[in-house]
Design a protein around this ligand. Structure first.
Ligand SMILES: Nc1ncnc2c1ncn2[C@@H]1O[C@H](COP(=O)(O)OP(=O)(O)OP(=O)(O)O)[C@@H](O)[C@H]1O
Length: 685
């Protein structure tokens, strides 16, 4: 219910609403700079921040707009060239004496009411299909106290002889069943396969082990199996409990592991659903487990992540060993907003084939006239560098004949260029030298890999970063892209998801390619609905050739699982998802990923005194995860719907939820858990 306000208040609210809706013509770098200045000010202890007098009228308007969103006040003062805008932190006063009426009330906008109505009609609020599986739910009105007997951490009571029998049966099946034999070949090629012994021996001699595995290395699906095989091989029983941040990943990972072992869910492998996303709980749980470890010497804790601050975590757990595993994804080509605008604008079917590809076996140097001798000489120099680390012949050729034909020469057999060799070997200095004289980083070897793919696969992280930046800069420097971007940003607020552009891009992908699933990352249910409606309104998408699937944590598991089904031949899968499809989820037919760069983030607004769920920019780590979803099972393409300038300004990691939220809320929830345990204790007496 909205609080009744007087006329002045209403006018103020109206003004604020129209300010928030205003579309401001500001270039991307200035928008990013102003946003960052305000975020830094907000995080500081300062009470007032005054911008320089060089801001334009639109930029000052942006300061007002953002300040309002962030719960701060802003005011401009001074005339013409001396006009400056200042921002002030304000704390809302809560008058506790005057009762409930004085508390802030809020009302839903018409649009939000419609969205909620739609959501609750499709998926009525409740606890979904996981409710019955909850352990220890106690309804104090109707139930007798149920016993919260959770044997999760108990060792299974099974004899050594039975375990050996099970293991033998598994090994036999693994060596004979064609499905398992095929899957085992795939498993053995995952980067983590080479680390099996190292992981097992680290777990044997340490209570806590940290596995820092890059995305796609196989940590989620393989490490539990390494441990199980080791224990069963010794005839020992064990129970392995894996936590996942999302219901969908818990279910799909356990199903994948079961399938890799030729089993079905409910035997040796299973899952137990929780209802809420558990980020800050897992942080809290880690604190508790650390204290528990000395009392339970048989307990092992294995922390696995692609993105943690390894040294810090290791330190927290008394210097536990860290095992670093390189990742694997098939090559993923990336485009940013400026490229997407050109792609969508173009009438030609060109973007899926516009990078140089060697599918027709055509090498860059086939267009130049090289003598047989020259070719032999260049091939040998590349071979010597790649296989023997003998760099002199190649460097000499480049410096003596520093022309594009030489530095973009492709080896007759492999198609490797000097740039690829420097990238794959991590010769950062030589790599930069070649880039600075104009070497082409888009060229592809015979196996379709670019210099960047090679650097990534050889784990040359610095070289890969340099190439990525260079490619990002090169594409953003393209004149057409820049002009289109400027025009676009003059009429579209980049923080609002542009469903028109998404529809145009999906249509373009579907016109230019015949198959391949499309996964779109959107911040929330509202944007998922809007995108679905936009697609369905278009005659292009209104036939049975498209299967549009929405993925959101509120959707029941049975619905979520449809995302993994292959569509019938001739039908294209389009998945509209929040970031729940970002980690530990493999949708094996996804080839195209569209990343809006936006996500919903729960945080606490100390100035308004409320917890908020806001749409914000993702971190670089998330953007990389999203990109990786396109290359899980085959090469793919990722379209980021934000500029490459914006991409470079994203924070490396998201701030952990436990740091964003007030600790009081967590304390209350923990107290609630203890209260339930106390109830159980007394019920058992
Ligand atoms: N359901 C599946 N269908 C097909 N392939 C799968 C499936 N699950 C996993 N894979 C394959 O196994 C590889 C490793 O998956 P896994 O989830 O173990 O990696 P990870 O290191 O945990 O990655 P991430 O950190 O990105 O979640 C995937 O890249 C994919 O090739």
């Amino acid at each position: 219910m909205a609080k009744k306000g007087n006329g002045k208040q209403k006018r103020g609210q109206g003004k604020a609403q129209s300010l928030l809706r205003q579309n401001l013509k500001i270039d991307e770098p200035s928008r990013i700079q102003i946003t960052q200045a305000l975020q830094n000010f907000r995080a500081s202890n300062d009470q007032v921040y005054t911008f320089e007098a060089n801001l334009s009228k639109s930029e000052r308007a942006l300061v007002h707009q953002l300040s309002l969103k962030m719960g701060m006040k802003s005011k401009s003062s001074g005339k013409s060239k001396n006009r400056r805008v200042s921002v002030f932190k304000t704390k809302m006063k809560v008058d506790t004496d005057s009762g409930l009426d004085s508390l802030p009330h809020f009302s839903f906008s018409g649009e939000a009411q419609e969205t909620l109505g739609d959501l609750f009609t499709h998926y009525p609020p409740g606890y979904g299909d996981s409710w019955e599986q909850m352990v220890g739910y106690y309804n104090y009105r109707t139930d007798k106290p149920k016993q919260i007997r959770d044997d999760t951490f108990k060792r299974p009571s099974i004899s050594s002889a039975d375990i050996r029998k099970k293991f033998e049966a598994y090994i036999n099946k693994k060596n004979r069943d064609p499905h398992l034999m095929k899957i085992n070949t795939i498993r053995s090629k995952l980067p983590i396969a080479a680390y099996e012994d190292a992981i097992i021996s680290a777990v044997k001699s340490n209570q806590v082990v940290l596995v820092c595995g890059e995305t796609g290395c196989g940590k989620t699906t393989q490490v539990p199996q390494f441990i199980l095989d080791d224990m069963w091989g010794k005839g020992e029983a064990c129970k392995i409990v894996c936590t996942q941040p999302r219901r969908i990943s818990a279910i799909s990972v356990s199903e994948r592991i079961a399938s890799e072992r030729g089993e079905i869910i409910g035997g040796h492998i299973g899952y137990k659903d929780e209802i809420h996303e558990r980020d800050r709980y897992s942080d809290f749980m880690m604190a508790i487990i650390r204290d528990m470890l000395p009392s339970y010497p048989h307990l092992r804790l294995i922390l696995m992540s692609a993105t943690v601050d390894a040294q810090r975590f290791s330190q927290y757990f008394g210097g536990c060993p860290i095992i670093v595993v390189p990742g694997f994804t098939h090559p993923v080509r990336t485009f940013y907003l400026e490229d997407v605008l050109s792609i969508v604008k173009s009438n030609k079917d060109n973007h899926l084939g516009n990078t140089k590809s060697n599918k027709d076996n055509h090498l860059n140097n086939d267009d130049h006239e090289f003598s047989v001798e020259d070719k032999l000489c260049l091939d040998e120099a590349i071979d010597l560098a790649w296989s023997n680390d003998d760099w002199d012949p190649l460097l000499e050729l480049i410096s003596s004949k520093g022309s594009p034909e030489i530095f973009d020469y492709q080896h007759s057999l492999t198609g490797f260029t000097p740039l690829m060799v420097f990238a794959g070997k991590g010769r950062v200095g030589d790599l930069c030298m070649l880039l600075s004289i104009g070497a082409d980083c888009q060229l592809r070897a015979r196996d379709e890999r670019t210099a960047l793919d090679i650097a990534e696969q050889e784990n040359q992280l610095e070289a890969a970063e340099i190439l990525k930046n260079h490619m990002g800069n090169a594409s953003s420097n393209s004149k057409e892209g820049e002009t289109l971007l400027d025009k676009y940003l003059a009429r579209v607020n980049p923080e609002i998801v542009d469903v028109v552009l998404i529809e145009q891009l999906i249509r373009k992908i579907c016109t230019e390619s015949e198959s391949g699933g499309i996964l779109v990352f959107l911040p929330g249910w509202d944007e998922i609905n809007k995108t679905r409606d936009k697609l369905l309104q278009s005659p292009f998408f209104s036939d049975s050739k498209f299967s549009i699937i929405c993925l959101h944590s509120m959707i029941p598991s049975t619905e979520q699982k449809k995302v993994f089904l292959r569509p019938s031949p001739g039908c294209r899968k389009i998945v509209l998802s929040t970031n729940i499809a970002e980690t530990a989820v493999t949708i094996d037919d996804i080839v195209y990923v569209i990343d809006t760069g936006r996500m919903k983030e729960k945080s606490y607004d100390p100035y308004c005194n409320v917890s908020t769920l806001q749409s914000s920019w993702v971190s670089k780590a998330s953007a990389k995860q999203r990109e990786g979803r396109a290359g899980r099972c085959q090469p793919g393409i990722c379209y980021h719907l934000y500029s490459s300038v914006r991409a470079a300004s994203l924070p490396d990691f998201q701030v952990p939820e436990i740091k964003r939220m007030p600790i009081e809320e967590l304390c209350l929830q923990v107290t609630d858990i203890f209260w339930q345990l106390a109830l159980q204790y007394f019920a058992e007496q």
